[in-house]
Design a protein around this ligand. Structure first.
Ligand code: TXA
Ligand code: MG
Length: 336
């Protein structure tokens, strides 16, 4: 595996060849690292599913170099879709559109829609522009593991399976893009992210959030976004997510559930609790979003038997953080 640190013509040529040979390349984006393949070739795309051990019914997002490309691969059906594209792309935003036939069915897991994203990260953009094919890419992690936000965290997972990783440093945002589908003319958030419900309301007026964002799907047929069905973002150690807006109650929740080998993964509000190990995940929502996946991976290094994670208010970027942490904890969640 070669880790590419410098974006120059020679290295871009290497990764372009790799993509055109139907192989995989890991690349940075502003959200998380992606593991990409030529979206127009089933043989290439099938390698993503294989290497990630990803369920075949979980569709992939197609990454494009610019907005002008969208109409080659998908149909924009209405003004709401157009306005979302104009307002939030390029950026940490994925729109689900009607798929054109040129995109193979394995990309969309046989749905008639396709997720389209245009990253704003400079290296991602240079990569997409140089390879000049649409790139299907999920987050760069083995399925069910925390998404990759820095190369050191993921390189071992893909050793021997992927030949090139483009190193772009730590992902700026740290959580995956907001996934939005327009249903009956109303934008509906299928997966929350850095672009919030409030941001979308400011542009369109209304925005719904899928009820499954914070709850477990009991009936598989009800999943608007198949990704919501699976265990996700999880370290190997068992997790408990706790939340209260009252600090005393929060501390009570932690103490009541703590074992002798518990890691507390939290803001500085909980740093003084006597425990096996305290790990800070930052204090603002932006810091937590940036750090969380890497810190979850770090927790596995301490041989603990439980990670108690401090939850946040489910508003703004907090909704995206809680969407991930609820799944990290496998719905093991207590609120006081
Ligand atoms: O920020 C991101 O979105 C990152 C970077 C690499 O771009 N990618 C990413 O991909 O998070 P992935 O595959 O880990 O998550 C894609 C999510 C899944 O929950 C999937 O079910 C949903 O988007 N999705 C993709 N295509 C869809 C479609 N046609 N309809 C509904 N949901 C879709
Ligand atoms: Mg993922």
């Amino acid at each position: 595996m070669k880790i590419i640190k410098e974006i120059n013509r020679e290295n871009l040529e290497l990764v372009k060849k790799e993509i055109l040979n139907d192989n995989l390349v890991i690349f940075p984006t502003e959200t998380v690292y992606g593991i990409g393949a030529n979206a127009l070739k089933s043989e290439a795309v099938s390698k993503i599913f294989e290497v990630k051990t990803r369920a075949l019914n979980n569709p992939l997002i197609v990454h494009l170099k610019s907005k002008d490309e969208i109409s080659k691969y998908a149909t924009i059906l209405n003004l709401v879709e157009q306005k979302l594209i104009d307002s939030f792309m390029p950026g940490p935003f994925t729109i689900i559109l009607k798929k054109k036939d040129i995109i193979p069915n394995c990309v969309s897991a046989n749905l008639d829609t396709v997720g389209i994203r245009i990253p704003i990260n400079k290296i991602a953009h240079e990569f997409l522009e140089y390879v000049d094919v649409p790139i299907a890419a999920p987050s760069a992690n083995i399925s069910s593991r925390p998404s990759g936000t820095k190369v050191e965290d993921i390189k071992d997972e893909f050793e021997g399976k992927v030949n090139y990783i483009i190193d772009g440093g730590e992902s700026k945002i740290g959580l995956e893009s907001t996934v939005v589908k327009v249903i009956d003319n109303v934008p509906t958030i299928l997966r929350p992210g850095f672009i919030t419900k409030e941001d979308i309301e400011n542009v369109i007026g209304t925005c719904n959030v899928s009820p499954h964002v914070l709850s477990e799907i009991k009936d598989n047929t009800k999943a608007e976004s198949p990704g919501m069905l699976y265990k996700h973002y999880a370290p190997r150690t068992k997790c408990l997510l706790v939340y209260s807006n009252n600090l005393d109650k929060l501390k009570t929740l932690v103490k009541e559930n703590m074992t002798s080998k518990t890691i507390i993964l939290a803001s500085s509000r909980l740093e003084n609790i006597d425990c096996y190990k305290y790990i800070s995940y930052g204090n603002t929502l932006e810091e937590i979003s940036h750090n969380i996946f890497s810190k979850l991976r770090e927790c596995d290094k301490y041989n603990a038997d439980l990670i108690i994670i401090e939850g946040v208010k489910k508003e703004g970027l907090g909704l995206a953080i809680m969407n991930r942490l609820i799944r990290t904890s496998n719905f093991n969640y207590k609120e006081l």
